[in-house]
Design a protein around this ligand. Structure first.
Ligand SMILES: [Fe+2]
Length: 249
């Protein structure tokens, strides 16, 4: 498998490029709207053809690049079926594998950050979106978030994977790139170290995180698989501007 971990600095989002060497087909997990040029350069630089984009969930902190990638390459869009987005070509369901050439991704429904959130297992890796982060987890106070559900998703589904399974998160805010199930079980301060569900729920309820500054634009944009709104305030326009453009100021 060809593999790239790509970083978007505004929302600290990781996009993952998976490519099948045998067939040349590629898939992007959680692409970001302002990075589609970079993503396509990576895909084509590896001699690959983009077959699919795949979302872990409806994001609140960035706009997906899926629609632009679809328009530019003819790729298809896969996203959790539970969200019933009319713009998707394939609704992801628990346990129903998605094939990309000779690669196979196994979807695990991991609700709690959002009710429709999925993680994806591919070989010795698991892409955990915003369910399980390195030494952390996604917030549970928006989008039908539910701390009890997130605790169950992490401890009964993700922690059921082998300790050696590599954990690739949807975000990291400190430059960390990869962890493992064993490492998260052992030291994740929210759900590791045998923390109980009751402890986790108290901890999540006490986080008092600020209102997500982009959510009111990101959710409607992402429900259309990545439409940038016309009425973005000046201070948020970088979320939709191509990276090259923003580099030029
Ligand atoms: Fe999220």
């Amino acid at each position: 498998m060809l593999f790239r971990q790509l970083f978007e600095p505004l929302s600290s989002t990781y996009t993952y490029l998976l490519g099948c060497e045998a067939t040349g087909q590629a898939l992007l997990i959680d692409p970001v709207a302002n990075c589609v040029d970079r993503d396509l350069a990576e895909v084509h630089g590896l001699g690959l053809t983009l077959a699919w984009t795949l979302e872990t969930h409806i994001h609140a902190d960035h706009i997906t690049g899926a629609r632009q990638l679809r328009e530019r390459t003819g790729c298809r869009i896969a996203a959790p079926a539970i969200d019933r987005l009319p713009c998707t070509h394939l609704g992801i369901e628990d346990g129903v594998a998605l094939a990309v050439g000779s690669l196979s991704l196994l979807p695990l429904h991991t609700p709690g950050h959002t009710d429709g959130h999925f993680s994806y297992v591919a070989g010795d890796r698991v892409f955990t979106g915003d369910a399980l982060l390195i030494d952390g987890c996604g917030r549970t106070d928006f989008q039908n978030g539910d701390s009890a559900a997130l605790y169950r998703s992490i401890t009964t589904r993700l922690f059921a994977l082998p300790d050696e399974q590599l954990v690739y998160p949807g975000h990291d805010y400190q430059g960390r790139r990869v962890s493992s199930i064993g490492q998260e079980k052992a030291r994740n301060p929210r759900v590791g170290q045998g923390r109980s569900q009751a402890e986790f729920e108290v901890l999540m309820a006490a986080l008092n995180l600020p209102y997500p500054k982009f959510i009111d634009y990101a959710l409607p944009g992402n429900q259309q698989c990545g439409v940038c709104p016309d009425d973005l305030p000046e201070q948020l326009q970088a979320y939709c501007r191509r990276m090259e453009d923003s580099a030029q100021g």
